[in-house]
Design a binder for this molecule. Structure first.
Ligand code: SF4
Ligand code: SF4
Length: 144
């Protein structure tokens, strides 16, 4: 299956990947509309980590062994049989954080207020170029 890979040598830390991930999952048709609804914006499923001059975008690797799926006790984490992407169902999530504890990449975002996983990369459905990759201005993210 295709996955998103980050090239830290090319990342300029602009965070456009985070912005377009939020926009893609906002359900709005323009950036302005999306970001004017601050209260109901989704959390980004990609997060830019920075340490001095180094930055890179971190998101789910859709692992072959997917420890988050094995650890999930409610069936909220599953593998899409068609795309192979690991998906999260917020309706089934009970906020036990088992997936968060076993993910070796720290790729799962949590919402302490809601007591649930708040965001996890879904590959934008798996049949289009993910928004973070499509809008990275320096080709620091590839989908291959
Ligand atoms: S959009 Fe690309 S260059 Fe910008 S922060 Fe994300 S990965 Fe880095
Ligand atoms: S959330 Fe973490 S453990 Fe689960 S598939 Fe993604 S990278 Fe792997």
């Amino acid at each position: 299956m295709k996955r998103i890979y980050a090239k830290e040598d090319y990342c300029i830390g602009c965070r456009l990947c985070e912005i377009y991930c939020i926009f893609q999952h906002s359900g709005c048709d323009t950036l302005v509309k999306a970001f004017s609804q601050k209260d109901c914006l989704p959390d980004p499923a990609v997060r830019v980590e920075e340490d001095g001059a180094i930055s890179f975008a971190l998101q789910c690797r859709h692992c072959d062994d997917a420890p988050c799926v094995a650890a999930c006790i409610s069936g909220a984490m599953t593998r899409d049989p068609e795309t192979g992407a690991i998906k999260h169902d917020p309706d089934k999530c009970i906020g036990c954080w088992s997936c968060v504890m076993v993910c070796p990449f720290g790729a799962i975002q949590i919402n302490l207020e809601k007591g649930k996983v708040s965001s996890k990369c879904d590959l934008c459905g798996g049949d289009v170029m993910p928004a973070c990759v499509a809008h990275c201005p320096n080709e620091a993210l590839v989908y291959e």
